[in-house]
Design a protein around this ligand. Structure first.
Ligand SMILES: CC(C)NC(=O)[C@H]1CCC[C@H]1Nc1nc(Nc2ccc(C(=O)N(C)C3CCN(C)CC3)cc2)ncc1C(F)(F)F
Length: 282
């Protein structure tokens, strides 16, 4: 029998969903918790983007790339994009619902995370980034604001607005925070997937210390200088193991940064891995 070579994603419309509570505001519109009207009732997050705003900010290409990239990704620490549809005014993204919300809100609420919690997030991030890099996708915008938490507290990369297919050297209009950018990007040089290694180091520092390492509240140029000089001061409260990992990721020379496979084997990460699994007598 002629097996369908591929199953086209069916056409979706707003009328297919019961709209639930608003989850918050995204970059170009609101996000709602929704449920499919027909069985089986899927719970999703519906991200509404206004075409007018997308055109005004001239980010159509970026949105198209974000959709194209995220739709083809399948990983437990990467938020699923199931499909999309549009009406005359808006584009609707059908995204996985992350049960425990936005990671940065937890970080703000707690100030900083324990080293155990931080190590588990770093392990999941390294796993997700290895998956992306194997598909030649560089994320380029790893930061707490882009991370969500699943119902079991697992980390999910939720935004692919700045990801590109490697190697990237598209001029990133330096909007928003510099804090996570590596020297080669703030210097506008060619960059590789190793920009995500640097960002993972910044993220590790921020989880444990509550602020990014090169933050300089006196402004953009001060932060720029601190990044370019890798002006890194690690507080004494940080354990020697965490300190070691942060230094190995925040290397000026991209080739010297610790590979992600080594991050997952690092004593700090392995030491804090959950002891789940069999209770067999050892
Ligand atoms: C990565 C990207 C940059 N970020 C975003 O897109 C943001 C923009 C707005 C929301 C979020 N987008 C998503 N959020 C969820 N889940 C979610 C969010 C918030 C809460 C929450 O804490 N409340 C409702 C609380 C409940 C308690 N009250 C007091 C405050 C609000 C609970 C669950 N799942 C999928 C998405 C996604 F990504 F698919 F759209």
């Amino acid at each position: 029998s002629s097996v369908a070579r591929y199953r086209p994603t069916r056409e979706w419309h707003l009328t297919d969903f019961d709209i639930g509570r608003p989850l918050g505001k995204g970059k170009f519109g609101r996000v709602y918790m929704v449920r499919t009207k027909c069985e089986p009732h899927y719970i999703l997050a519906l991200k509404c983007l206004y075409k007018s705003e997308i055109v005004q900010s001239r980010v159509e290409k970026q949105i198209r790339r974000e959709i194209e990239i995220q739709q083809n990704l399948r990983h437990p620490n990467v938020l699923r994009l199931y499909g999309y549809f549009h009406d005359e005014k808006r584009i609707f993204l059908m995204l996985e619902f992350a049960g425990k919300g936005e990671l940065y809100k937890q970080l703000t609420k707690h100030g900083c995370f324990s080293e155990r919690r931080s190590a588990r997030y770093v392990d999941q991030m390294a796993d997700a980034l290895m998956y992306l890099h194997a598909k030649h996708v560089i994320h380029r915008d790893i930061k707490p604001e882009n991370l969500l938490l699943g119902i079991n507290g697992e980390l999910k990369i939720g935004d692919f607005g700045w990801s590109v297919h490697a190697p990237g050297n598209r001029r990133k209009t330096l909007c928003g925070t510099l804090d996570y950018l590596p020297p080669e990007m703030v210097e506008g040089k060619e960059h590789s997937e190793k920009v995500d290694y640097w960002a993972l180091g910044v993220l590790t520092y921020e989880f444990i210390c509550g602020a990014p390492p090169f933050e300089d509240l006196s402004g953009y140029n001060a932060t720029y200088k601190r990044i370019a000089r890798v002006d890194l001061k690690i507080p004494s409260k940080v354990s020697p193991e965490a300190n070691d990992l942060i230094i190995k990721l925040l290397q000026y020379d991209p080739e010297k940064r610790l590979p992600l496979s080594e991050v997952r084997k690092h004593p700090w990460v392995v030491g804090h891995r959950s002891k789940s699994g069999s209770t067999a007598i050892r």
